[in-house]
Design a protein around this ligand. Structure first.
Ligand code: SAM
Length: 482
């Protein structure tokens, strides 16, 4: 049996099954240990240091105790701490993005995904560069500035050269005042050399969901194709970092295996990245298994309730305070509303999970990856975020200003969020309001901007932000950023 070693580069050593089992036993034993739970919550709470905050985070063992705890009052306290952490590091901003499906050809046999090779009736599509341009224009016309590229895995139909060319195409489309300023990429595990090429072409975050950290389940759920290789998949982030990508995004597909096991594995993965590369995950996603073409989620035994889902989100926020946390339109408006305050920092809006879906008037289902629960327009999502006390942000400034990896983390830690992210959020919101919003959203948005501008502590920054917003309103000048 492999000994647990967070610094190892071998999957079974940094995600040690034995360590997860011991963690779960420890959590079970202590789930009613109020004294320990209070101590952990106190440790996790943000502490004011200079202009910023320090947040200790929790280890996978500690956080697993919080997740195992079923005492309602204690869970409420966890939610409060999660909210405090979110506000300390991210403020009340939520960044918006949309997925863009390039191709659904796939050589894998994933049992939960309708793109699996044996699915002979799903329409297989791969966008041409011309079609990509059309999709990007449709996305720009909604107001999007940030995309997550999605593809199935198929070295013949969807080689890395195609992905690279597509990214260049996307960055090259400038329609009216539109721009895609950050392309994140969610493609199958690949080689260091390919990660280097992705870095060179200017991707933002490299996202790869682990699906499940449980090796045996992983192998059963991925019976055929390159994705079957647990070690190659689990070690992908180390290769990505070796290839020069320092913003990587983790996630598990909740519903495949036991959530407490996945949670411990996810945190161990984050600890591993920190231990080896000195920087944890840029984001953590929390997708839940959904109905899709020939996939019935009730066939899997490990579905989780909305309450447990909220508990997981809060515990991730508490354990890994500096990571961005992403919620997709797999979740309904109701669930999304609840988790917003528990630590989410990014959300997709008006997503279509089909290849070529954005250029269709009606939502197409023939090549869809999964059912989208939240089908609202970007304007409705922007308006809803504001109604929930959040600032919708289309900001992409950090990585364009070289603030990736640990440089982004230190911005968080030094309390510069309010002087940097707050104005960026407000300026990109103003762009959205000017160029794409409905009259009601525009009115609501400018009222919010007026209130939120006053919260920028540095008077000079506040006045520059105000001037830039004025320029956005009165001219076609765009893309101001701190
Ligand atoms: N093909 C890439 C790979 O191998 O990692 C990833 C791209 S895939 C388009 C994006 C993610 O969708 C997968 O990693 C998986 O977690 C998720 N997914 C697949 N089937 C799903 C389903 N039925 N419901 C919800 N999410 C699903």
């Amino acid at each position: 049996m492999a000994a647990y070693n967070p610094k190892s580069l071998i999957a079974e050593e940094f995600i040690s099954d034995e360590e997860i089992r011991e963690t779960l036993a420890y959590a079970e034993k202590n789930k009613n240990n109020i004294e320990l739970i209070d101590e952990l919550l106190e440790k996790a709470r943000p502490k004011k240091v200079g202009n910023g905050y320090h947040c200790a985070g929790l280890t996978h063992r500690e956080a697993s105790v919080l997740l195992a705890c079923e005492i309602p009052e204690k869970i409420e306290e966890m939610y409060k701490v999660a909210e405090e952490i979110k506000l300390a590091f991210y403020g009340n901003r939520i960044v918006l993005f949309a997925p863009l499906y390039l191709s659904n050809y796939c050589v894998n046999g994933c049992l939960y995904c309708p793109y699996h090779l044996k699915n002979k009736h799903i329409a297989r599509k791969k966008l041409t560069q011309e079609e990509i341009r059309a999709e990007v224009i449709a996305l720009q016309d909604m107001g999007h500035k940030r995309l997550a590229l999605e593809t199935g895995e198929d070295p013949v139909n969807c080689p890395i050269e195609y992905v690279l060319e597509s990214i260049k195409t996307i960055y090259g489309v400038h329609h009216k005042n539109g721009d895609i300023r950050r392309v994140n990429v969610n493609i199958a595990a690949t080689t260091v050399e390919n990660y280097r090429k992705l870095k060179e072409v200017g991707i933002g975050t490299y996202i790869l969901f682990q699906e499940t950290y449980h090796k045996e389940s992983y192998e059963t759920l991925h019976p055929t194709g390159p994705k079957h290789d647990y070690a190659y998949h689990t070690e992908a982030m180390d290769r990505a970092m070796e290839g020069g990508i320092d913003d990587v995004g983790l996630g598990v597909l909740f519903g495949l295996d036991k959530y407490r096991y996945e949670f411990a594995g996810l945190l161990m993965h984050a600890e591993h990245l920190e231990a080896v590369h000195g920087v944890g995950p840029h984001t953590i996603s929390v997708p839940r298994l959904k109905k899709a073409d020939d996939i019935d989620p009730t066939q899997f035994d490990n579905g989780i309730s909305d309450d447990i889902f909220e508990h997981i989100v809060a515990c991730i926020r508490i354990a890994v305070p500096y990571t961005g946390m992403i919620i997709s339109t797999r979740e309904s408006e109701e669930v999304r509303t609840k988790v917003l305050r528990l630590g989410i920092s990014q959300t997709s809006g008006a997503s279509r999970t089909s290849v070529g879906g954005y250029t269709e008037t009606n939502r197409p289902h023939d090549s869809e990856q999964f059912d989208v629960s939240d089908q609202r327009t970007v304007d409705e999502v922007v308006s809803w975020l504001m109604d929930n006390g959040q600032i919708p942000s289309f900001c992409t400034a950090c990585y364009r200003e070289g603030r990736t990896g640990d440089r982004f983390m230190s911005l968080c830690k030094n309390g510069q969020i309010l002087n940097c992210c707050q104005p960026n959020a407000l300026m990109t919101l103003a762009e959205y309001l000017e160029d794409y919003a409905s009259p009601e959203t525009k009115k609501k948005g400018y009222e919010l901007i007026e209130r939120e501008l006053l919260k920028i502590p540095n008077p000079k920054t506040q006045s520059i932000a105000r001037e830039n917003i004025e320029a956005i309103r009165s001219s076609n000048r765009r893309d101001f950023r701190f």
